[in-house]
Design a protein around this ligand. Structure first.
Ligand code: ADP
Ligand code: MG
Length: 340
């Protein structure tokens, strides 16, 4: 028996197995990078549901030429200044996404930083690096990912139809757009149709963005929620019990600005609607939870959107109580039922 260290390429492929499950995971990582770069406009385009092409264009800060090679290296990040894992303000911080994507797909990154006379481009294909080389690009960053999983054919087989993968991409963009109303989003797929969410600003920005993403019929059939318990705040829009869907895809939760899909939150939502909605129907809601970052671990898993609350019962009670209050005020629940 001989013990030896895995090659960087093998390590990156293993990391990719954790972070990159499908085209939508790539879109999530790239759009989060654009948001971290302070972009005001983000354009996402895909072909074949993202299997053959994903392109994300932003007008963020860009990357200087001499940093571009580092950006695609494992564990290289500009976002964790003091190595302080307990004070994370950015969406990314692991420095894992780009090297992982480069290990399993064809990655091309073109970027122009304000201090540079021209842009630079860097390629990584199945782990093989090339660049940086001078390029032409107006400003900001463009990342192109082609042929996802070409370097790991076994994983290619697990992808669903173009349509299903494209729907997952749309879902990711919708979630990130709801969390960032002041950013303009454009999404286009193989059908050449572009969905645009114009930048919303001012006091009603969130409501405007919710109407863009969810439709005005939801906004008209929803009520604002605003509740607080022991420093934890819940706000957003909750659909009236008369407005429901056949599945739970229209339930959006955000914790400190991050989209999450969390069992505890979904179950609290079900609990809140239990008395006012038929068992086989699902409520529609866009709910934001803000709390002290030390009261929640948002990084349970690099790709999964689970969170871990220090006081899960408090959060559950806040959701159930806050929503029931809203239903009672809207005349859907006798106020004596309002759970505390
Ligand atoms: P992380 O986001 O965890 O830092 P990534 O692998 O996603 O790791 O990105 C590595 C680094 O590349 C980032 O820390 C950032 O400095 C730079 N970067 C990636 N995408 C962009 C972008 N769109 N605009 C500016 N810089 C970027
Ligand atoms: Mg990142």
């Amino acid at each position: 028996m001989t013990i030896r260290q895995l090659s960087d390429h093998a390590i990156n492929q293993i990391a990719a197995g954790e972070v990159i499950e499908r085209p939508a995971s790539v879109v999530k990582e790239l759009v989060e990078n654009a948001l971290d770069a302070g972009a005001a406009r983000i354009a996402v385009s895909t072909a074949a549901g993202g299997k053959t092409l994903i392109r994300v264009d932003d007008d963020g800060c860009g990357i200087p030429g001499e940093q571009l090679a580092l950006a695609v290296e494992r564990h290289c990040t500009s976002k964790l200044s003091e190595d302080d894992l307990f004070d994370i303000r950015s969406l990314g911080f692991r420095g894992e996404a780009l090297p992982s994507i480069g290990a399993i797909a064809r990655l091309a990154m073109t970027s122009r930083h304000a201090t540079e006379p021209h842009a630079w481009t860097m390629r990584v294909e199945g782990g093989r690096k090339d660049g940086p080389a001078p390029a032409s690009h107006a400003g900001g960053t463009q990342v192109e990912v082609r042929d996802l999983f070409f370097a790991t054919p076994a994983r290619l087989k697990f992808l669903k139809s173009d349509r299903a993968e494209g729907a997952a991409v749309t879902d990711v963009v919708r979630r990130l757009a709801l969390a960032n109303p002041s950013v303009r989003f454009e999404l286009s797929g193989s059908d050449r149709q572009t969905t645009t969410y114009a930048a919303a600003s001012g006091e009603r920005a969130l409501e405007a963005r919710i109407a863009q993403v969810m439709g005005t019929d939801f906004v008209e059939n929803a009520r604002p929620v605003d509740a607080e318990r022991e420093g934890v705040r819940l706000h957003g829009l909750a659909g009236l019990p008369t407005f429901h869907k056949a599945n739970s895809l229209s339930q959006f939760f955000f914790v400190n600005g991050r989209p999450v899909r969390d069992k505890l939150l979904m179950s609290a939502l079900r609990g809140a609607y239990a008395d006012v909605l038929a068992r086989d129907r699902h409520p529609v809601s866009v709910l934001f939870i803000e709390l002290d970052p030390r009261q929640v671990d948002v990084n349970v898993h690099p790709a999964k959107a689970d969170v871990r609350f220090r006081d899960a019962q408090l959060v559950r009670g806040l959701i159930v109580g806050g929503l029931r209050q809203v239903f009672a005020e809207a005349g859907h629940l006798a106020s004596s039922h309002t759970a505390r």
